[in-house]
Write a protein that binds this ligand. Structure first.
Ligand code: ADP
Ligand code: ASP
Ligand code: MG
Length: 447
């Protein structure tokens, strides 16, 4: 069994959905297809939620209309046979009637999550009906019946397998199952999400749960690039990445993969292929336990980082000081990404500021606290990077941009630097130029 995930742009128009159909048909064997919502739809649903919260009826009606039209128009262009189309449109009307009740009913965290996942309900319904209209037998699976992810960081894939297996009854060699990405049932059995971009994670969780042969992630770019193509010119796709390299890059902001995508498949050595729905003939990127080459490979950046400095004379010679500091973060369930220390101070970074006030309150007794928001961690990755003869060039950047923290030597595969977010793009370009290209590129620093 293979797991194939198609992202928002891949299901974003009737033409791209036709591409998805051809890709699926060209791949042998049984497969589970995980779909995202059409591109832009989850953002629209977030807006709908915000407007319910604000009690803004006029905007709510407008947004509901626009969501509906987008999907009605898709069905109109995708399914030419008028009889089949009218049945599919009736089904769609039914889904929208339920959605109408949901958004005009009582608003709670629970209903907000149900609203958020509606895009995936729509895309999978339409895609399944489209395949059937082309005489391709497919089976729609309801992710709410098996995606039991109580612990977001460490899903119990055996439990998911146990709930999923009863639905995988079609023994045909080419069985096609379709299911919703992004959806999860939390530890209180409530509908929730795997966080934004979470359909990638759905695919690898399912892959690990069913011991899939491979996971394919189909998107709108030809694989994992060596830098963020949204900010840097002349990036190129990497044909191979190790699990560790890809995990670091995804965790530290490479938007092509949800931060947790890699972890479920590492232990089972299930390879992930990143492919472009619009140019399926290209190789893309294979992520696996194989190490194809050593040295500098890629750069990514994670925004929304807060740096906290604790300055204390009591740290001098005091064993147990760091333990007490870490216990505070642990107590407030806040993960630390980077740490640097000096004799009298420790600086660390977090990305989740939900409990920041409580953390600061508890830290106060340990010394003078400084907080700096709006920073970005830039992560430079490659197996054995630290031993690469070119790595020294990295430090030349310290002359050019104000680096707030640097983490070197934590592993052989990674160097992280913390910069103010307003300098992120400059830093990405400067590093790209120094590390990957011989030609100078136009860069501009904002202070
Ligand atoms: P999908 O909707 O298919 O999940 P995403 O928009 O989430 O697609 O991810 C693909 C996008 O990620 C690309 O279009 C690209 O702009 C962006 N991206 C950021 N960093 C990278 C990278 N290192 N390699 C490739 N794409 C990247
Ligand atoms: N639709 C969800 C989002 O936009 C999940 C995904 O596309 O991966 O975040
Ligand atoms: Mg994505």
């Amino acid at each position: 069994m293979k797991v194939l995930k198609f992202g928002g742009t891949s299901v974003g128009s009737s033409n791209s959905i036709k591409n998805v159909k051809s890709i699926i048909q060209s791949i042998d064997g049984q497969k589970i297809i995980v779909l995202s919502a059409m591109s832009g739809v989850t953002n629209l649903l977030v807006e709908i939620s915000d407007n319910i919260h604000l009690g803004n009826q006029t905007d709510l009606i407008r947004l509901e209309e626009s969501l509906k039209n987008k999907h009605l128009e898709l069905v109109e262009t995708l399914i030419p046979q008028s009889e089949i189309r009218s049945v599919v449109l009736q089904g769609l009307e039914k889904l929208f009637a339920e959605f109408h009740l949901l958004i005009h009913g009582e608003f709670s965290e629970n209903s907000a999550n149900q609203i958020l996942i509606f895009g995936e309900t729509l895309s999978t319904y339409i895609f399944n009906e489209y395949l059937r209209s082309c005489n391709i037998a497919s089976i729609l699976l309801n992710a709410k019946k098996f995606m039991f992810v109580g612990n977001l960081e460490n899903p119990d894939t055996a439990k998911i397998n146990q709930h999923l297996q009863p639905f995988l009854k079609n023994i045909s060699e080419d069985a096609i199952y379709i299911t919703q990405g992004f959806v999860r049932i939390d530890k209180f059995n409530r509908i929730s999400t795997l966080k934004r971009g979470g359909s990638d994670y759905t695919a690898t969780i399912i892959g690990a749960a069913i011991d899939a042969e491979e996971v394919q992630i189909w998107t709108d770019i030809d694989g994992f690039h060596n830098n963020d193509p949204r900010y840097v010119a002349n990036t190129h796709p990497l044909s191979n990445l190790s699990f560790e390299e890809a995990a670091e890059l995804a965790y530290f902001g490479a938007k092509i993969l949800h931060p947790q995508t890699i972890s479920p498949v590492i232990e089972k050595h299930i390879p992930i292929y990143l492919k472009n729905t619009f140019t399926p003939e290209l190789h893309g990127t294979k992520i696996s336990s194989e190490i194809h080459s050593k040295g500098l490979k890629a750069i990514s950046a994670k925004d929304g980082i807060t740096a906290i400095k604790i300055k204390s004379n009591r740290m001098l010679m005091a064993h147990g000081f760091l333990k007490k500091i870490f216990e505070i973060f642990d107590f407030h369930e806040t993960a630390i990404d980077m740490i640097t220390t000096s004799e009298i101070a420790i600086s660390l970074t977090i990305d989740d500021t939900k409990n920041l006030d409580l953390i600061l309150n508890d830290l106060e007794e340990f010394g003078e606290i400084t907080v700096e928001m709006e920073h970005s961690i830039i992560c430079i990755v490659g197996e054995g990077l630290i031993e690469d003869a070119n790595t020294y060039k990295l430090f030349e950047i310290l002359n050019e941009i104000p680096v707030r923290m640097i983490s070197y030597g934590g592993s052989l595969n990674n160097v992280s630097i913390l910069v103010a977010s307003e300098n992120k793009v400059f830093a990405l370009k400067a590093l790209h130029q120094k590390l990957f290209s011989s030609k100078p590129v136009a860069i501009g620093l904002k202070f």
